[in-house]
Design a binder for this molecule. Structure first.
Ligand SMILES: *[C@@H]1O[C@H](CO)[C@@H](O)[C@H](O)[C@H]1NC(C)=O
Ligand SMILES: *[C@@H]1O[C@H](CO)[C@@H](O)[C@H](O)[C@H]1NC(C)=O
Ligand SMILES: *[C@@H]1O[C@H](CO)[C@@H](O)[C@H](O)[C@H]1NC(C)=O
Length: 427
């Protein structure tokens, strides 16, 4: 009898995971002042066994008409929730700081921001079986699309708002793949005169992996030669031998002449103490901050992982403090995370290791979407001290595209009268 009762209790306690604006509403975040606009945190189901964790923050300006920015972190295996708590959410752990504070520039100032942890297993996203945690570029987009459809079922009032898919690093793959998937869906709807389309406007990628043959490791030494961090002559020798060094997950593509490995090792040795995500970053003083002694840098694992000898600067950017905060029982509760869900990790190494990467990268999607009735807009922005997905690679594959015409030549980009960076654009 007791046995039967416990089963009954078990099933009564079980609540199906599904997005629900009432149940998912976040009343407040521990250690933070009141939220400046409505925030929701919960699950978007994919299958019976998989559900993606989402955080949705309504615009502080005009939520009814402002666009939706759907954000992905990269990795593969890194959490969008981390970016929410260090970059664009209403409360953040700011660069080098150890406590959470109001973000003066949350993206929700002018947009409805939807963070999805993708694929299953990332952050607080759920994949209940081992198979559910095996992902690739296609399955990730398929799952994200189902999750997005479920988002709109729960929040139908946002269906008409402009939708932009955004992300950084390996989301240079995730964002275009999902955009392509939505585009295909919309075409099918239109061809059949159905009306179930999504209002996709385009996608936006920051320092994003795009071309497996150009991006990441392959332009790293050339970039740092241009910054005088290694001798230009060393890079020239590598160039003469046509040495190529691809990102670890596609490294079987490289076929190098004798002598390449030695030059590569020498070059990498010269920059081994720099921060791969900010090559000009000042090293912090190890004596004044004990955080770095806890374990190897979290951020070091974000893109290039163990194959890469470079370090993250020893400060608390993408900090342990953020990770510990997100893992706190009161924060998990505030975010509506069920107790069976795994602890939060900024980046999940197991998932990184089992994730399958398509060698095609994502340029083919640019050409399909740009060619389609000028319906979509695409933006790449690139921080030029990043060594993980260096600006040089992005520039190179863009200039290699045939038929992409420049409409605005290089020009200074100013904010409040100060030049902050340079841009160029085209069609
Ligand atoms: C995964 O397993 C948990 C615990 O057994 C269960 O509550 C949940 O419904 C399952 N499925 C998903 C998508 O979380
Ligand atoms: C499509 O049209 C039907 C019938 O007019 C309507 O009930 C439904 O809400 C529409 N769907 C969308 C997504 O606009
Ligand atoms: C780019 O310019 C060429 C030559 O003028 C033209 O044929 C082509 O259609 C242009 N491409 C786009 C996307 O406008």
């Amino acid at each position: 009898m007791a046995f039967v009762i416990s089963i009954l209790f078990g099933s009564l306690a079980y609540q199906a995971l599904g997005a629900d604006p009432i149940a998912d509403k976040v009343q407040s975040l521990p250690d933070c002042a009141p939220l400046p606009s409505n925030m929701f945190s919960g699950y978007l189901p994919v299958t019976q066994q998989k559900a993606l964790h989402y955080v949705f923050v309504e615009s502080m300006d005009k939520p009814a008409t402002d666009p939706i920015l759907l954000w992905f972190n990269g990795g593969p295996g890194c959490s969008s929730l981390s970016d929410f708590f260090v970059q664009h959410g209403p409360y953040i752990f700011d660069d080098g700081e150890t406590v959470i504070k109001p973000n003066p520039y949350p993206w929700s100032i002018r947009a409805n921001v939807l963070d999805i942890d993708s694929p299953a297993g990332v952050g607080y996203s759920i994949g209940n079986t081992t198979d559910d945690l095996l992902s690739n570029d296609i399955s990730t987009a398929d799952d994200a699309f189902i999750a997005l459809q479920n988002f709109y079922k729960a929040y139908p009032q946002y269906r008409k708002n402009d939708l932009w898919i955004t992300g950084e690093s390996y989301a240079g793959i995730y964002s275009p793949y999902l955009a392509w998937k939505i585009h295909q869906w919309n075409l099918e709807q239109e061809m059949n005169n159905w009306n179930d389309t999504y209002n996709l406007k385009g996608f936006i990628v920051g320092n994003g992996m795009t071309d497996m043959y150009i991006d990441t490791d392959n332009v790293l030494l050339e970039s740092v030669a241009n910054w005088n961090l290694i001798p230009v002559s060393l890079w020239k020798q590598m160039d003469a031998l046509e040495c190529t060094y691809f990102w670890g997950k596609v490294s079987e593509l490289q076929h190098n002449a004798e002598g390449c490995d030695e030059l590569y090792k020498k070059g990498m040795g010269l920059i081994k103490d720099l921060d791969i995500y900010d090559l000009f970053r000042t090293q912090y003083n190890a004596n004044t901050n004990t955080q770095s002694t806890l374990k190897p840098s979290v951020s070091q694992r974000r893109f290039l992982h163990s194959r890469h000898p470079l370090k993250q600067a020893k400060d608390s950017y993408i900090s342990y403090d953020m990770e510990s905060y997100v893992n706190r029982p009161d924060v998990r509760q505030a975010l509506n995370i069920p107790s069976f869900v795994q602890p939060f990790q900024d980046c999940n190494d197991d998932l990184y290791n089992t994730y399958s990467v398509l060698r095609e990268g994502s340029i083919w999607i640019y050409n399909i979407l740009l060619g389609y009735e000028k319906r979509y807009r695409i933006m790449h922005y690139s921080g030029d001290t990043d060594g993980a997905v260096a600006t040089l690679g992005t520039r190179r594959w863009i200039t290699q595209q045939e038929g992409w015409n420049v409409t605005n030549e290089w020009r200074p980009w100013t904010t409040d009268g100060d030049v902050c960076h340079h841009s160029w654009s085209g069609t």
